[in-house]
Design a protein around this ligand. Structure first.
Ligand code: TTP
Ligand code: MG
Length: 341
């Protein structure tokens, strides 16, 4: 889940000065639009005049002379940021702080439905800060962040694996995380305007244009593939192994044997580094790059190879192996340091 606050700085200003509501409000620099400085943000009323982040304050003044211009008050925005993040953290500690007004949550193991988690979060934030947010939910961070931006303000957008073609591919390339203005204009110069047009390019072509690593990134990202983890600051550690097969594999025995080997390596690392784990996650990527994960949380912490292997195989059982497998991985998280003294 990705949560992004709506018109954040402007909403905080409106919250403490209700007389601003309904008026166009622009926040930037020292608040004087006839001096140098850029717009930090504008409320939705001001955006109707074409005002947005990063344009000069003077331009904003020309676009909407009757707007209310205010200076940036980081202290107030940081205080509001802490408040809304405490609502998220109470929902799950698996939270990644992604900026002053946004965060990712790993909700994959919570018992409630995504819709009810989202509703609780929206209510909680409303209660604590009187502010609204937009929420995106998907199988990974890349798609969740795109989703949270799709129905602003006060939106909730859920992207399923089957939605990539109809909801993601029509979007302009700029919406893809990792594509900045330079890549955007280069892609446009070779007639690639949408994420779908990018996804239609063969891997070799993208590597030719952008090099091995960025080319591979664009190839996967345009297909909605993203394996990046939610990085929490209180539990930085996970131990994992994965392998890409030389040739895509259909044979269950080969897949199972590889999973057992990877698990053995993960357990060896756990034991070497003095950790026990409680959650085991496996990752499977099929030949068409569809990627899925399955996780199992045990009743207690363990570094036993047998218990961790059993958990990994319980996860494997929950995967329908109809297609050839390209990659398999296993990860131990929810780690605890063994106290040796
Ligand atoms: P955003 O989430 O990008 O924008 P927003 O919250 O104002 O509006 P939206 O409803 O579209 O999410 O950024 C969060 C805050 O970060 C924003 O309120 C002000 C600040 N900011 C800047 O100071 N400069 C910038 O260029 C941007 C993009 C944001
Ligand atoms: Mg925002």
């Amino acid at each position: 889940m990705h949560i992004d606050m709506d018109a954040f700085f402007a909403a905080v200003e409106e919250g403490r000065n209700p007389a601003l509501c309904g008026k166009p409000v622009v926040i930037g620099g020292n608040g004087n639009p006839s001096q140098r400085g850029v717009v930090s943000t504008a409320n939705y009323e001001a955006r109707k005049y074409g005002i947005h982040s990063a344009i000069p304050m003077r331009t904003a003044l020309k676009l909407c002379p009757h707007a209310v211009f205010l200076p940036v008050d980081y202290e107030a925005y940081s205080a509001a940021s802490e408040k809304f993040k405490s609502v998220l953290f109470a929902c799950t500690p698996l939270m990644e702080n992604a900026g002053i007004d946004e965060a990712f949550l790993d909700i994959s193991e919570l018992p409630e439905t995504p819709e009810s988690i989202a509703a609780n979060i929206k209510n909680g934030i409303k209660e604590k800060t009187s502010l609204t947010c937009s929420i995106g939910i998907a199988s990974n961070k890349l798609l969740a962040k795109i989703a949270s931006d799709m129905q602003k303000p006060d939106g909730l957008t859920i992207i399923d694996e089957g939605d990539i073609e109809n909801k993601i591919w029509p979007l302009p390339i700029r919406k893809l995380y990792g594509i900045g203005p330079k890549t955007e204009s280069y892609l446009k110069s070779i007639s690639i305007e949408t994420i779908g047009q990018l996804a239609a390019q063969p891997l070799d072509t993208l590597i030719e244009h952008f090099g091995e690593s960025y080319g591979q990134y664009l190839y996967e990202a345009s297909r909605g593939i993203d394996d990046s983890e939610v990085i929490t600051h209180w539990e930085p550690k996970s131990i994992s192994r994965e392998t890409t097969f030389q040739q895509d594999v259909k044979n269950w025995q080969v897949i199972a044997r590889t999973l057992a080997e990877l698990t053995k390596d993960v357990v060896a690392d756990l034991q070497d580094e003095g950790y026990t784990a409680r959650t085991v996650t496996i990752k499977i990527r099929f030949s068409d790059f569809q990627t899925l994960t399955r996780a199992k949380t045990l009743t207690g912490h363990t570094a036993s190879e047998e218990e961790i292997r059993k958990a990994a195989f319980a996860c494997l059982k929950r995967v329908e192996l109809k297609k050839r497998v390209r990659l398999i991985g296993v990860r131990a998280t929810n780690l605890e340091k063994i106290n040796n003294d």
